[in-house]
Write a protein that binds this ligand. Structure first.
Ligand SMILES: NC(=O)c1ccc[n+]([C@@H]2O[C@H](COP(=O)([O-])OP(=O)(O)OC[C@H]3O[C@@H](n4cnc5c(N)ncnc54)[C@H](O)[C@@H]3O)[C@@H](O)[C@H]2O)c1
Length: 381
């Protein structure tokens, strides 16, 4: 019955509005639903509102934004949701169990910490905060209070990335040799973060999710073409203890939008094009074979294997719908989210190392994988 909120027909709106309001009220009274407050109704916030509003286990209680025009848009689309320019009203509302934060990155820490201190579970947009120190403080705060802290690493919840992970868990790709990704488009230029904190964060979270190991070093270069703005294009290379290497290229100054990832394995290779409407993933049974019989170094030892290509069926379910359902389930059951605070921390540590490397024209910066493995053990326990 809560799905009615998404219907756009104005004739039905008043009826749907009252149905939703009454249902939400009673459901909250008997604690059937998780009450959600959303802070930030700019570009991404409306997607959170729409997906939480269509969830059967959540009810959007209120939305906060500093911009009155954004709140008017929200009221027009969702008349049943209350709005406020002061997010503290959401914190003091006992019907709000959890807060989702979709504001600019420099505000994440302060808002998330205030929400946790008010006893609310928290979902924060990527990247979780501006520094690893801030993330550690959020993780500690959530742990101490027994609250869920999750970061919106949306791509982990896409059917495409989940399918690649499934193929890897089934060892269909073999040993992973590389992850190579291009994520470029014309904009959107951000003022408070550079392109790696905006776009590469997606790849770093995917790499962390797909690979069994953390990078041991990162090297990055970046360029800025707008005076006074942060870097708008960057190239990051991540090194691992295994043969695997990951390369991520991100650019806000590209004539076309590209979202392409190659995962090369010893058995098969995957091409993932997120802009493809249907066949987002193609699995190629291609690779090389080494000829051990070669009698001397002058003989060609490399053979090429060119087998079939197939495009596995993947669901069309919106990633954010899967994600908000996962968040609500974690809040309800106390389970650890896939993209919990510690996974957010590991991503931020790589972003910080990449930023240091950019400042030193690509000088590799070492990472300490042992510490992060310890973090992960803590997260599972
Ligand atoms: N997961 C994804 O794929 C994805 C995509 C886009 C953006 N994002 C993330 O979402 C976040 C927001 O990005 P955006 O593009 O929507 O930004 P935006 O600037 O379009 O919107 C941010 C909104 O937050 C409001 N705001 C700022 N401070 C506030 C406060 N204290 N209280 C209430 N409202 C406040 C602003 O008025 C604005 O409307 C960023 O962290 C960004 O990285 C995630």
């Amino acid at each position: 019955m809560y799905r009615l909120v998404g219907i756009e027909n104005d004739f039905w709106r008043p009826i749907l509005f009252s149905t939703q309001k009454i249902s939400t009220f009673f459901a909250n009274m008997v604690h059937e639903m998780i009450g959600i407050g959303i802070v930030g109704y700019g570009y991404w916030g409306p997607n959170l509102v729409r997906n939480f509003a269509s969830s059967e286990s959540a009810s959007v209680i209120g939305v906060s934004d500093l911009d009155a025009a954004k709140l008017s848009t929200c009221m027009r689309r969702h008349p049943e949701i209350s709005t406020t320019s002061d997010f503290r009203e959401l914190l003091s509302n006992p019907r709000v169990d959890a807060i989702a934060i979709a504001t600019p990155v420099h505000t994440h820490f302060e808002l998330a910490q205030a929400a946790l201190k008010a006893g609310k579970h928290v979902l924060v947009e990527k990247p979780l905060a501006q520094t690893s120190d801030q993330v550690r403080r959020l993780v500690d705060e959530a742990d101490r209070r027994g609250l869920t802290l999750m970061v919106d690493h949306t791509f982990l919840y896409t059917p495409a990335v989940q399918k690649i992970r499934e193929l890897m868990l089934q060892d269909q790709l073999g040993e992973v040799y590389y992850y190579d990704s291009i994520r470029s488009s014309l904009g959107l230029f951000q003022s408070d973060v550079n392109v790696i904190w905006d776009l590469a964060v997606h790849d770093l979270s995917i790499i962390q999710y797909l690979l069994d190991e953390d990078p041991i070093a990162v090297s990055a270069t970046g360029s800025c073409h707008v005076a006074g703005s942060p870097e708008n294009m960057a190239h990051i290379t991540m090194f691992f203890e295994s043969k695997c290497v990951a390369h991520v290229s991100v650019n806000w100054l590209s004539p076309i939008k590209v979202r392409q990832t190659f995962v090369g394995g010893s058995k098969k290779m995957v091409v993932y094009d997120d802009l493809e409407p249907t066949e987002k993933i193609k699995v190629y049974d291609k690779g090389i074979t080494l000829n051990a019989q070669a009698e001397n170094a002058h003989q060609m030892r490399i053979g090429y294997r060119a087998g079939d290509m197939w495009a596995p069926h993947i669901s069309t379910k919106e990633a954010l719908q899967t994600e908000v359902e996962h968040f609500v389930e974690c809040v309800t059951t106390g389970a650890t989210p896939v993209s919990d605070g510690l996974s957010g921390l590991r991503v931020i540590e790589v972003l910080e190392a990449a930023s240091r490397s950019i400042a030193e024209q690509g000088k590799p910066v070492k990472l300490d994988p042992r510490r992060r493995v310890a973090d992960r053990v803590k997260a599972i326990a």
